[in-house]
Design a protein around this ligand. Structure first.
Ligand code: NI
Length: 171
C-alpha cells in the first residue's frame, strides 16, 4: 500500500525513531509499504518516519535506470566507521520536494544493520549506497540533509516550506 509521505514543516521529521525490537508481521508490512511508496515516488531511499512511523527502518534501492532492482532493507542501522575523506554529492529528499543541494559527507562507510530476516550484517560501502545510507540514518535521528547546509540556505528552505504550508492551510 502506498502511504502518504510527510514533508517539511511536519515536526515528526524531527523525531528520533525507536529501535525495532521484533521483526513481526507489522514490521514486514511496513517494509512492503515503504518499498511501494519509495518506488512510486520515485526515490532511492526512505525512512519509516517519512511515512509517519517512528521506527528505525529504512528501505534503499541505489540502482539506477535500467539496472536490475536491488531492494535493501535496513533494520536498526548504524555506522561503525566513516572515512576522513569526504565527498560532495547532490542530494534531495522526498520530504523536501523540489529542492536539491550539494552535501559533503564521508566518502566511505562501514555499517551494521539487521536484514528483514533478522540477520545482522556488516558492510563496507562507498558511492551512492554510502551516501543514501548516511542520509537515511540521519532521518532516524531527526536530522535532514538541509541541516548539513549553511544556516542561510537552511532558513531559506524552511521559510519556503512554512509559507507553502500556510497557503495550503488557508485554502
Ligand atoms: Ni530524505
Amino acid at each position: 500500500m502506498i502511504r502518504p509521505i510527510i514533508s517539511l514543516p511536519d515536526k515528526r521529521l524531527r523525531a528520533v525513531s525507536k529501535p525495532v525490537e521484533k521483526i513481526d508481521d507489522e514490521v514486514k508490512k511496513l517494509v512492503a509499504d515503504m518499498f511501494e511508496t519509495m518506488y512510486d515516488a520515485p526515490g532511492v531511499g526512505l525512512a519509516a518516519i517519512q511515512i509517519g512511523v517512528p521506527l528505525r527502518v529504512v528501505t534503499i534501492d541505489a540502482t539506477r535506470g535500467e539496472e536490475e532492482k536491488k531492494p535493501i532493507t535496513l533494520i536498526n542501522p548504524e555506522l561503525i566507521w566513516t572515512s576522513d575523506e569526504k565527498g560532495t554529492m547532490e542530494e534531495g529528499c522526498l520530504s523536501i520536494p523540489e529542492f536539491t543541494d550539494e552535501v559533503e559527507r564521508p566518502e566511505r562507510i562501514k555499517a551494521r544493520f539487521m536484514t528483514l530476516e533478522g540477520q545482522t550484517v556488516e558492510v563496507e560501502a562507498e558511492g551512492l549506497f554510502a551516501r543514501v545510507f548516511q542520509h537515511e540514518l540521519d532521518h532516524l535521528n531527526g536530522v535532514l540533509f538541509i541541516d548539513h547546509l549553511s544556516k542561510l540556505k537552511r532558513d531559506m528552505v524552511k521559510k519556503r516550506f512554512a509559507k507553502a504550508a500556510k497557503r495550503e492551510a488557508a485554502l
